[in-house]
Design a protein around this ligand. Sequence first.
Ligand SMILES: NC(=O)c1ccc[n+]([C@@H]2O[C@H](COP(=O)([O-])OP(=O)(O)OC[C@H]3O[C@@H](n4cnc5c(N)ncnc54)[C@H](O)[C@@H]3O)[C@@H](O)[C@H]2O)c1
Length: 370
Amino acid sequence: MLIGIPKEIKNNEFRVGATPSGVKELVRRGHRVVVERFAGAGSGFADEEYEKAGATMAIGPAEVYGQAEMIIKVKEPVEPEYALCREGQLLFTFFHLAPDKPLTDAMINAGSICIAYETVEKADGQLPLLRPMSEVAGRLSIQEGAKYLERPFGGQGILLGGVPGVPPATVVIVGGGTVGTQAAWMAAGMKADVWMYDKDLDRLNYLSEIMPPNVKTVYSDELSLEHAYEHADLVIGAVLVHGAKAPKLLLRDHLKTMKRGSVIVDVAIDQGGFAETSRPTTHADPVYEVDGVVHYCVANMPGAVARTSTLALTNATIRYALEIADKGERACLGNPELTPGLNIYRGKITYRAIAEGFGYEYVPAREVLG
Ligand SMILES: NC(=O)c1ccc[n+]([C@@H]2O[C@H](COP(=O)([O-])OP(=O)(O)OC[C@H]3O[C@@H](n4cnc5c(N)ncnc54)[C@H](O)[C@@H]3O)[C@@H](O)[C@H]2O)c1
């Protein structure tokens, strides 16, 4: 198969769809790979490394999309890329369609075959391709939150860990999955007082066994969250309902009860955000304030640490990419982990939560692949 790796063009997105070693594996399996010039530069991979791995280089995106049967990238296609996506072309990338009707409509109209990293799912419910990026975003959320708590960045001027004689900051993490857990490790390591909220009791049990004493686990309901927001210095939004829009758990009214200069890092913004007042921001302009509360809502957080993220992403995606390259769309039938990854197939929505969210017809993946 001819595989294309375009340069990402989303604001400040420095990741790339595959490392040179990922390309080498594809080439070794007998596939041809075309990489857009400078695609890896933001992650520290030179064109020569891709050429050495067996890729041919293309001058611009039109050359990549125009000839490739399968595109491997990182972020969802943005508007200038919509017209480049072709009928029957396999697109293997993050999509986050549920909160994005223009993108969903564009992909339906393009007739492309959209396999979304974030809904590839293992039998035990784990999301193996979201996971590495969630690990990065979880850890980064504390780094960013700590920065915006600093006075020059608009925060209250609080040090996350406090110092002897001055209490540490209170970090509230809503959602105890991958993002939440990684955030908790980081915040706990910085000696903050951490409260983690989840609805899944088994998960809370597990977390309370593995987390250090400065992390408390709490069942997530309306009252417990209200109480948490009143005391929080930093709130991390880390909830996920697979494939669907994020539930709104931090409402406009809650902001009035929060401390001025406290910070919300809404990691779940790529699924629409868990705070009512969240709207997507970019690395170029990452924060804004509502009722004196700083909102950080960057939808592609791992892009800021592109080298780490690209390496972690390729480690996870490459075995699925190889399978799709070998078998084409049939890979989504053969491998049950890839079946839920298929979101749109030649104009039909094949993921129930996305179809229902927009009131569109849902056609099961197994039916379209026949
Ligand atoms: N902004 C970014 O750059 C970026 C990067 C990576 C991941 N994400 C997003 O972060 C979010 C979390 O991802 P994840 O990998 O940790 O997901 P996950 O599935 O591992 O964890 C989500 C957790 O949320 C919990 N949850 C669901 N509903 C809840 C509720 N009402 N109250 C409390 N907890 C609830 C679940 O029980 C689960 O433990 C997703 O939206 C993901 O797309 C964003």
